[in-house]
Design a binder for this molecule. Structure first.
Ligand SMILES: NC(=O)c1ccc[n+]([C@@H]2O[C@H](COP(=O)([O-])OP(=O)(O)OC[C@H]3O[C@@H](n4cnc5c(N)ncnc54)[C@H](O)[C@@H]3O)[C@@H](O)[C@H]2O)c1
Ligand SMILES: N[C@H](CO)Cc1c[nH]c[nH+]1
Ligand SMILES: [Zn+2]
Length: 429
C-alpha cells in the first residue's frame, strides 16, 4: 500500500531513488569489459550463454531476419510505428543546428561548423520487456543529425532471435547494423570493437544497472549520452483531478521496474486518499502486477502539500524524469519549473503520450540529474569544429595585443609566433 506523507515528513533525498541507492555492480562489470577487450566475439558468445541462456550461431541480424520480422508484424502496429516515427521526426527536426560564419571585422572570418558523429551505438533494452519505442527515440535523432552508421545492440531472446517489433522499428528509424548482444558486454563491444562489432564514437540508450555501470566505465574511451536509471514520474495534481487517471499515470511508470519511482504531490488530502485506493484497485489488473506492486510499495509516495506553489518547489528540488501537471491552467506554472526531464501539461496528457507518440524524446535524465542533463536530442549526435581566418592587414592590426597577452602569461614562444611576422628583429633580419 502506498504511503501518504505531509510535506514536512519527507526529506528530498528520500523522495526518489538516487544513484547511490542502486546496487554496486562495478566489479562484475569491470570484469565483463576486461574479458570483451581480451577475447572479443568469444566473450560475447560466452555471456549470451551465461546471461541470456542462448547459444548463438552469429551476432549480426541478417537482412533475411529483418525481412521476416517485418512480414510477421501486424500491419496495424506497423502503421502506428510509422505515425510515431513521423511525429518524433517532426519534433526533432526543429532541433537541427546550423553552422555559422561571421565576418564582422575587415579581413577576419570566424565560424563554427556542425558535423554529425561518424558512427554511434544505440543500446535497446531487452531483458524484462521489449522497447521498440526506444529504438525510434534513439535512432531518429541520430538519423536527423546525419550520423553515417547507427549500430544497434539488444539482448537476444532464448530462441536466439530479436523481438520482431524491435527489428521493425529499427528498419523504420534508419538503423544500419543490428547485433544480438545485451548488458555490459554490449557496451564494451561498442566501446572497444570486436571481430564482428565496430567500435563507435558515442553510446546512447537506457538499460539496467549493468548497462548503466558499463557506460560509466567506458566513458572517455567513447562518449555517452547520460546515465538513465529506473523510470520516475512525479504527478502534481489539484483537488479537481480524477483519482483513477492519476493512479493510472503513476502505475504507467511503476510497471517498468521494481526500482521505478512514482510520486504524487497534491494539495488535497481527499485526492491523496482516493488515489491510494485507486492504486489498490488498479494494480491487480496489470500484466506486470508484481513489478508495479514492488515499485509502489518500495518507492511510491503521496505527499500532501499546503499549496501548488510548494508542490512545484518539491519538483524543482528533486528534478524528476517526468513531471505531470494535472491542473486547470498548466501553462501558468511552466515558467516556475526549473528541473524536470519532460513536462506533461494538463489533465489530458498522460505520460505514455511522451513514451510513444507525441514527438519529444523519452530518453531522459533520472535520479535528480535533470538539474544538469537534458533529454536526448539531435545535439547528442553532432560535434562542432570552430575555424578562423586572418589576412595580413587584419593580423597587423591586432598582433601587438596578442603578444602582450602571451608575455603576461610568460609564454614568449606564443608572443614570437605573432611578432615574427611583422617585427624584423624577431625575424632575425
Ligand atoms: N529511460 C528510458 O528511456 C528507458 C526506456 C526503456 C527502459 N528503461 C529502463 O531500462 C531498464 C531495462 O532493463 P532490463 O534488465 O529489462 O534490460 P537490459 O537490456 O538493460 O538488460 C538485460 C541484460 O542485462 C544483463 N544481465 C542480467 N543479469 C546480469 C547479471 N547478473 N550480471 C551481469 N549482467 C546481467 C544481461 O546481459 C542481459 O542481456 C529498466 O530499468 C527500464 O526501466 C528506461
Ligand atoms: N518511460 C520510459 C522512460 O522512463 C520509456 C518507455 C519506453 N516504453 C515505455 N516507456
Ligand atoms: Zn514508460
Amino acid at each position: 500500500m502506498i504511503k501518504i506523507y505531509d510535506m514536512n515528513e519527507v526529506r528530498d533525498q528520500d523522495i526518489f531513488l538516487r544513484h547511490d541507492a542502486v546496487k554496486d555492480v562495478s566489479q562484475p562489470v569491470a570484469e565483463i569489459i576486461r574479458r570483451v577487450r581480451a577475447e572479443g566475439d568469444a566473450a560475447l558468445y560466452h555471456y549470451a550463454r551465461e546471461f541470456d541462456k542462448v547459444e548463438l550461431s552469429a551476432l549480426a541480424v541478417t537482412e533475411q531476419e529483418l525481412d521476416e520480422a517485418l512480414s510477421a508484424e501486424e500491419p496495424e502496429f506497423l502503421a502506428v510505428l510509422e505515425q510515431a516515427a513521423k511525429n518524433i521526426r517532426a519534433y526533432h527536426a526543429k532541433q537541427k543546428r546550423q553552422s555559422f560564419i561571421m565576418e564582422e571585422k575587415e579581413g577576419v572570418i570566424l565560424g563554427q561548423k556542425i558535423m554529425p558523429l561518424g558512427r554511434v551505438g544505440i543500446y535497446v533494452p531487452g531483458g524484462t520487456a521489449a522497447y521498440p519505442s526506444t529504438v525510434l527515440m534513439n535512432a531518429i535523432p541520430a538519423h536527423i543529425a546525419g550520423v553515417g552508421e547507427i549500430v544497434m545492440v539488444t539482448p537476444p531472446g532464448k530462441d536466439g532471435k530479436v523481438n520482431p517489433a524491435i527489428l521493425a522499428a529499427a528498419k523504420i528509424a534508419g538503423v544500419t547494423q543490428i547485433y544480438k548482444v545485451g548488458g555490459a558486454q554490449a557496451i564494451a563491444a561498442l566501446a572497444y570493437g570486436t571481430e564482428s562489432i565496430p567500435q563507435v564514437d558515442k553510446i546512447v540508450g537506457p538499460g539496467n544497472a549493468y548497462v548503466a555501470e558499463a557506460k560509466k566505465q567506458v566513458f572517455g574511451q567513447v562518449n555517452i549520452d547520460m546515465i538513465a536509471g529506473p523510470s520516475e514520474v512525479l504527478v502534481i495534481a489539484d483537488g479537481k483531478s480524477n483519482p483513477a487517471f492519476v493512479a493510472a499515470d503513476l502505475l504507467s511508470q511503476a510497471e517498468h521496474d521494481k526500482m521505478a519511482s512514482a510520486v504524487l504531490v497534491t494539495e488535497s488530502r481527499e485526492l491523496a486518499q482516493a488515489v491510494a485506493q485507486e492504486l489498490e484497485r488498479q494494480i491487480p489488473l496489470l500484466e506486470r502486477e508484481e513489478i508495479a506492486r514492488a515499485s509502489i510499495d518500495c518507492n511510491g509516495k503521496i505527499i500532501v502539500s499546503p499549496n501548488l506553489e510548494q508542490a512545484i518547489d518539491v519538483a524543482n528540488r528533486i528534478a524528476p524524469e517526468h513531471l505531470e501537471l494535472c491542473v486547470d491552467s498548466p501553462f501558468d506554472y511552466l515558467s516556475q519549473i526549473q528541473n524536470a526531464g519532460s513536462i506533461f501539461l494538463g489533465r489530458w496528457n498522460p505520460e505514455p503520450m511522451g513514451d510513444y507518440f507525441a514527438g519529444p524524446n523519452h530518453t531522459l535524465p533520472t535520479s535528480g540529474t535533470a538539474r544538469f542533463y537534458s533529454p536526448l536530442s539531435v545535439d547528442d549526435f553532432i560535434k562542432k569544429s570552430q575555424f578562423s581566418y586572418y589576412t595580413r592587414p587584419a593580423l597587423e592590426k591586432e598582433y601587438r595585443q596578442v603578444s602582450l597577452f602571451a608575455k603576461k602569461e610568460g609564454l614568449t614562444a606564443h608572443a614570437r609566433a605573432v611578432d615574427i611576422r611583422f617585427d624584423e628583429k624577431e625575424a632575425g633580419k
